[in-house]
Design a protein around this ligand. Structure first.
Ligand SMILES: [Zn+2]
Length: 410
């Protein structure tokens, strides 16, 4: 049966995408190397590369005489191909960045947000920062491929809808509609931990990794599951809500934001660390934390506890260690269930990763099955506390790399 035009267009788009992805991950790369890696013939590669050059997605970076003697022209992603806006809606902060197609940050802004302010006010604050990002970068002549938004909670990707974010108490928010109305850009939405996992796979610690779990730790604990090289979403896209696994045998007194008791995240999130320090300060006095709080006129926070730990404060260090053990219990479960190559810890709590990791690893060694444990590497995110922000960028980059035909820049 003869191929129809639409079949041919489809095949060309797939090939164009493969070539662009190779240039994105392996640049600088030559046409000849692309031919070897894709198995496509040289004239096809030449025509695909010409199209990507015409779209200004890639550029040539001069030639270099290889060992074989024939000069090769190198191909790279064009840093001026277009811009991407990433928005991370944290529970208690909003972070916005503008990057190029390689995820290099060109502009960024972060503001504290108060979830108690309510949805309307927090969204208005977010849209104001987004407007700043667009104004500044358009004045410099930039055009945007799109805007990516990472949010806590469960999302409906097709509808561009936040279904429910327990930590924000937000239900059914039409993010795509709201952000499109204010920016006229293409809008992409993803759960914060999933977005971070996509970023690690595209730009970061999990580039060559097919099976890994990204653990986003902050106010909540979320997971992004990458299985067999693909993000695993589950039946309705809700997979990875690892923080709400009832991991402890005894239900605790702490009620989780989801309304339940005994959820893993209530033992290992940032509030749990602050509560551990508070409990210690109530019975012990040999800590520098009260003095630091008085001097800085600041409430107890993770950065402040970190400062104390850096100065050798035992109460701070032991609180991190306890939380690390609680985290490690969850990690051990993930390792036993998924047999991953890596578990990557990121999100706001990764700024204290150095204090959490030893306890996490100790607990994993105790609770994960030895055969499986030995294969799983636990490491910090390449992007640390910015993992979900870069994730918001990555979901747009991924779309550009998947569908390089007929791209629009606005
Ligand atoms: Zn819960």
């Amino acid at each position: 049966m003869a191929k129809t035009t639409s079949d041919q267009t489809f095949v060309r788009e797939i090939n164009l995408s493969s070539v662009l992805r190779l240039i994105h991950t392996q640049s600088p790369i030559s046409r000849a190397q692309i031919a070897v890696l894709t198995g496509l013939n040289k004239s096809t590669i030449s025509s695909l590369v010409d199209e990507l050059l015409a779209q200004k997605l890639i550029h040539e970076t001069g030639s270099n005489s290889g060992a074989a003697g024939r000069p090769a022209t190198w191909l790279e992603i064009n840093p001026e191909a277009g811009l991407i806006i990433g928005v991370e809606l944290g529970v208690d902060f909003i972070s916005v960045a503008v990057t190029d197609l390689l995820g290099n940050i060109i502009w960024r802004k972060k503001e504290d947000a108060d979830p108690a302010d309510g949805q309307e006010k927090v969204l208005a604050q977010t849209l104001r920062i987004v407007k700043d990002a667009m104004d500044v970068n358009r004045k410099k002549g930039g055009y945007f491929f799109g805007l990516g938004l990472s949010t806590p909670g469960t999302v409906d990707l097709d509808q561009g809808l936040l279904i429910f974010a327990p930590n924000l108490h937000w239900h059914d928010v039409p993010f795509r509609k709201i952000f499109h109305e204010h920016t006229n850009l293409r809008i992409f939405i993803e759960n914060d931990a999933n977005a971070a996992a996509i970023a690690e796979h595209l730009f970061g610690a999990a580039r060559q990794t097919q099976n890994f779990v990204f653990v986003f730790a902050g106010v909540g604990i979320g997971g992004g599951l990458f299985l067999n090289g693909k993000l695993y979403r589950g039946r309705n896209g809700y997979a990875g809500e690892i923080g709400h696994s009832p991991i402890m045998a005894e239900p605790s007194q702490t009620v989780c934001h989801c309304g339940n008791r005994g959820c893993w995240e209530t033992y290992a999130n940032q509030y749990s660390i602050i509560q551990r320090v508070q409990a210690r300060l109530e019975v012990k006095r040999n800590s520098i934390i009260p003095k630091m709080m008085a001097e800085q006129n600041a409430p107890l926070s993770i950065p402040l506890i970190k400062q104390a730990a850096d100065l050798g404060d035992q109460e701070a260090r032991e609180s991190f260690s306890e939380a690390g053990h609680a985290m490690g219990q969850g990690f051990a479960g993930l390792i036993n269930i998924f047999n991953p190559e890596k578990i990557i810890l990121g999100g706001p709590l990764s700024i204290v990763g150095e204090y959490l990791l030893p306890a996490i690893k100790e607990t994993i060694a105790r609770h994960a099955l030895p055969e499986i444990d030995q294969q799983a590497e636990v490491q910090l995110s390449t992007f640390g506390p910015d993992a979900s922000l870069i994730g918001a960028i990555a979901i747009v980059v991924d779309d550009v790399l998947s569908k390089p035909m007929n791209l629009e820049r606005r």
